[in-house]
Design a protein around this ligand. Structure first.
Ligand SMILES: NC(=O)c1ccc[n+]([C@@H]2O[C@H](COP(=O)([O-])OP(=O)(O)OC[C@H]3O[C@@H](n4cnc5c(N)ncnc54)[C@H](O)[C@@H]3O)[C@@H](O)[C@H]2O)c1
Length: 284
């Protein structure tokens, strides 16, 4: 029986706990804010217990997921404590830090890697797995097997790269999308319509490279030759973002971003996404 530890029970750690517990894995969680563990306990997850120290959480665990705040100052001491208290595999959920930086805090770095889940982890199947240069083949295989057992879809990268894969793609698309909006070529509503009713569904079936293959690589060669020199190459966040952020228009969390938000409409969006992802999980 696999035993897992989850250190940090915020947005991501809680979701990882749910995912593990749902698959019958014994999970121990730790967060310095007891309310985080209590909330999960109240959900009645049968194989979950909350602990009062990192040591109790990770001792004897086969695998530990680290999901504390995204700063080296937060992660370094936590990784050192985890490393000292377990011989198990250590997987960080960092979105931006390089695995090769983090191995400095772990002894026996061959057991360390990044397992980058997406929010909410119990719904989105994708997990990017990024090895450090020292990560052993055995540990890579072990994490892939555990993640598949959870019903997730792990994608193993050959090596670390800033932003990994998904966040690079997301940033590249957002840069061009906001460039088109700022140039007055299209409204945010119509830009989203282009993706929702054309590009997005096609990508969700075949992916951007598969779409190019289906369309004909000679065509896409011409499209690239024509458009690459004309695409945005901005290296700073665009005013469409910085001005809204300065005004406190942060999107759903403040009630206004590019759109006005209501709890009901946003809830419907999340329900639709959850239904789509549930289908993807079933398809695996
Ligand atoms: N939120 C996302 O959409 C998302 C997506 C992918 C990856 N991530 C990554 O996941 C990690 C966690 O992000 P989050 O959004 O869950 O953050 P969060 O702020 O919701 O949760 C962080 C938790 O860590 C706890 N914590 C702080 N110090 C701790 C310690 N010493 N020991 C144990 N717990 C401690 C905090 O109390 C808090 O509950 C980050 O590395 C982030 O980059 C986040």
């Amino acid at each position: 029986m696999t035993v897992a530890g989850v250190v940090g029970l915020g947005t991501m750690g809680s979701g990882i706990v749910r995912l593990l517990a749902r698959s019958g894995i014994i999970v121990r969680g730790y967060d310095p804010q007891p309310v985080a563990g209590d909330r999960l306990t109240d959900e009645g997850l049968a194989s979950f217990t909350t602990t009062t120290s990192i040591e109790d959480c990770v001792h004897g665990a086969d695998i530990v997921f680290e999901a504390v705040h995204e700063t080296l100052e937060a992660k370094a001491p936590v990784l050192r404590s985890i490393s000292a208290a377990t011989n198990g595999v250590i997987a960080s959920n960092t979105s931006t830090l390089m695995p090769s930086t983090m191995t400095g805090f772990v002894d026996r770095p061959e057991r360390f890697l990044v397992a980058h889940f997406f929010n909410p982890p119990e719904i989105v199947p994708l997990v990017e797995v990024i090895p450090a240069p020292e990560t052993s083949e055995e540990v890579k295989e072990q994490i892939m097997e555990i993640l598949r057992h959870l019903g997730s879809t792990p994608v193993l990268l050959d090596r670390e790269y800033p932003g990994f894969v998904a966040n690079r793609l997301q940033a590249a698309i957002l840069r061009e999308a906001l460039h088109l909006v700022e140039e007055g070529i299209v409204s945010p509503e119509n830009l989203d319509e282009v993706v929702r009713t054309g590009l997005g569904p096609r990508w969700s079936v075949a992916g951007p490279i598969g779409v190019a293959d289906l369309g004909g690589l000679d065509i896409f060669e011409r499209v690239c030759a024509e458009l690459f020199p004309r695409l945005s190459n901005a290296s700073q966040p665009p005013e469409a973002l910085t001005e809204r952020v300065a005004e406190g228009d942060l999107g759903a969390k403040s009630g206004r971003g590019f759109y006005r938000h209501t709890k009901e409409a946003d809830g419907e969006h999340f329900d639709q996404m959850a239904a789509l992802f549930a289908q993807l999980r079933k398809g695996n």
